[in-house]
Design a protein around this ligand. Sequence first.
Ligand SMILES: C[S@@+](CC[C@H](N)C(=O)[O-])C[C@H]1O[C@@H](n2cnc3c(N)ncnc32)[C@H](O)[C@@H]1O
Length: 264
Amino acid sequence: MGVLKKRYILAENLRAKKIWQRLRLRLTETFRFFYVFLRARLFRCIDYCGTIFKFYVKNRSFAKTDLTIIGEYWLDSPFAISKRYLQLKLELDIYQYGETPLLTIEKIAKQAHITEQDRVFELGSGTGRCAFWLTYFTGCRVVGVEQIPDFVDFSSQLVEKDDFLKEKINFIRDDFLSTDLSPATVVYCYGTKLTNAQIETLIFNLSKTQPGTIVITVSYHLNEIISVSENQTILGKYFHLISKFDAEFLWGKATVFIQKVSSS
Ligand SMILES: C[S@@+](CC[C@H](N)C(=O)[O-])C[C@H]1O[C@@H](n2cnc3c(N)ncnc32)[C@H](O)[C@@H]1O
């Protein structure tokens, strides 16, 4: 066989190998995507069954509120609303929306010992489902801070219709990186898509809360961020880790960190 023919066969083999590698990568990615998608769907179903049997049965008012929220976003989902909002803001990552499953917020409320004495600030309250759950099942007061006007408008309408909720919940349209968090006794932030720079701004804002305030974050522990931040010395307050545990979220398990603000 001539040298040219050998080279040609070698080049063809190499090309076929590359095509096969690319195809395998695509197949793995597609498979992974469907696995995550199906897992999320299945988990939603499980969480919803739990919600019916554990929460709707116990509290009819909560059931009514929650079903109204689900009905409102049945055709135009919160994911789609959030995506459109982020597209208008020209954000690079437009897939930021996710909800804390109600069975998980129950676990978080227990671990953080949230009671009716508390004033919880939920940073990025989305459709408000967690805020309503917290009020109905722990009796605490909640301030939901949210940037998307559609979410704030609808959850505020629900509050306006009910005297009990009017006393307990307030939804405000604001950027939680600059909201005054000083009245909070508990702060909950499920913002796994925040950049490190945003988390640093959040830490700076949280450093103005009262010592003893409980701060709950998902996926990251605030002290880890502080330790790499140049602002470390300016902050003056530290977030002491009280406990951490794994909990189910729509896209898989994540670690929840419960921290306490201290004065030194
Ligand atoms: C991952 S979702 C969490 C929703 C809800 N807290 C829950 O756990 O079910 C994050 C929410 O935070 C909102 N958000 C993100 N950055 C924000 C900011 N800087 N100020 C106010 N809201 C923000 C988003 O619009 C979104 O609704």
